[in-house]
Design a protein around this ligand. Structure first.
Ligand SMILES: NC(=O)c1ccc[n+]([C@@H]2O[C@H](COP(=O)([O-])OP(=O)(O)OC[C@H]3O[C@@H](n4cnc5c(N)ncnc54)[C@H](OP(=O)(O)O)[C@@H]3O)[C@@H](O)[C@H]2O)c1
Length: 336
């Protein structure tokens, strides 16, 4: 039994789109750097401060215009697609701003902090006839395409159990937005979404979820262990923690074989196909240097779909993004 080759399109030859980055923070910088050397062009950056926009452009996108206002960015006629790269609490306002200006949108994960807001974004995009997708970049990485092919071919004999965790030491001394309830802080929306979205992908959706965990003194979720079930009865054992670095690995286990994803499973990592006797049958070697350069693959997906006149991606459909937000809300609410 062997792993098939990835079908991932080449980011250098995809149809070019002109990107506007909304919010000059960390992930916007990673995206600008990831798009270097691809067909995609960052043509504009919008910040709440002109100075920060200019500083960002100097560091990450020397050919882009700097806008000191988000409204100015979305009105820029040079921009085809807006990457909404602000804290989760702001996604609704900023996605609607771009959609109403007629721009396609790639909205950072999670699509929004509540299912109602996520649905509003999806509905507004559909109504405006613009493309919209949650930036769950893991789904577009080469090893995850190989994983999808393995599952489609039934090589594991079905999915019995999926195991995945995502813990990073980001609290109490990390970024303020994780600690702050007003910015929709907490481990689940930032980190726990990766194991959850991964489990949803491999189980073919999630029909039930339950968990245990603890909140911080400010009432956001600090850590959680959660169990999920898919429509065919397969189960997932998942965890997230923003106060400890955990292995951040994953495995997809079936009766005939399993896939083991090394750390960090949600980045361009190494994946092994392991037989039922525990012997490694094949390995796809990841590139640890790639890390967030892997964001280029989700941008390529946006470019291909937009050019084809499609309004969403079948790899990360909006209904699934909304469902994942709903599950996260249920899980976190159970701690209160
Ligand atoms: N795909 C990934 O691997 C990944 C990794 C990290 C984060 N993310 C996602 O990206 C989003 C942003 O995260 P980040 O880590 O990039 O955050 P960040 O570094 O804090 O940047 C967010 C930017 O949003 C803007 N902003 C607008 N309203 C704001 C407000 N009320 N408070 C604070 N900032 C505000 C700010 O830019 P200006 O001041 O310039 O306007 C800020 O720099 C989150 O939804 C997160 O889940 C994704």
């Amino acid at each position: 039994m062997k792993l098939p080759p990835p079908r991932t399109p080449d980011p250098a030859t995809a149809p070019p789109l002109r990107w506007g980055l909304l919010g000059a923070g960390w992930i916007a910088g990673e995206m600008a750097d990831a798009l270097e050397g691809t067909a995609q062009q960052v043509v504009a950056v919008g910040s709440r401060s002109r100075e920060r926009a200019e500083d960002f452009v100097a560091r990450h996108a020397p050919n882009a215009s700097a806008h000191g206002d988000y409204a100015e960015l979305v009105a820029d006629p040079e921009v085809d697609v807006v990457h909404v790269a602000t804290p989760h609490s702001e996604h609704l306002e900023h996605a609607l701003l771009a959609i109403r200006a007629g721009k396609h949108v790639l909205v950072e994960k999670p699509l929004a902090p509540t299912p109602e807001e996520a649905q509003q974004i999806a509905d507004a995009a559909r109504e405006a006839g613009v493309f919209c997708m949650e930036a769950m970049w893991t789904r577009f990485l080469p090893h995850v395409d190989v994983l999808r092919q393995v599952l489609e071919a039934g090589l594991l004999g079905g999915v019995s159990t999926v195991l995945a965790d995502h813990g990073q030491l980001l609290w109490p001394d990390g970024p303020q937005r994780l600690a702050d309830p007003d910015l929709a802080g907490g481990a689940m929306l930032d980190l726990g979404i990766y194991p959850l979205s991964f489990a949803s992908l491999v189980l073919g959706g999630i029909t039930a979820a339950t968990g245990l965990g603890t909140l911080t003194d400010r009432g956001v979720d600090r850590r959680m262990a959660y169990a999920v079930q898919g429509p065919d009865g397969g189960v997932g054992a998942l965890s997230t923690d923003m106060s400890a670095l955990t292995p951040t690995t994953a495995s997809v286990n079936g009766p005939w074989a399993r896939l083991e994803l090394e750390a960090d499973f949600y980045t361009p990592t190494t994946m092994h196909l392991v037989g039922a006797d525990g012997v490694v049958l094949d390995t796809m070697t990841g590139d640890p240097m790639e890390l967030h350069r892997g964001l280029r693959h989700e941008a390529t997906e946006v470019a291909l779909r937009v050019t084809a006149g499609e309004l969403e991606s079948p790899v990360m459909p909006l209904a699934e993004s909304v469902r994942i937000v709903q599950l996260m809300q249920e899980l976190v609410s159970s701690l209160r």
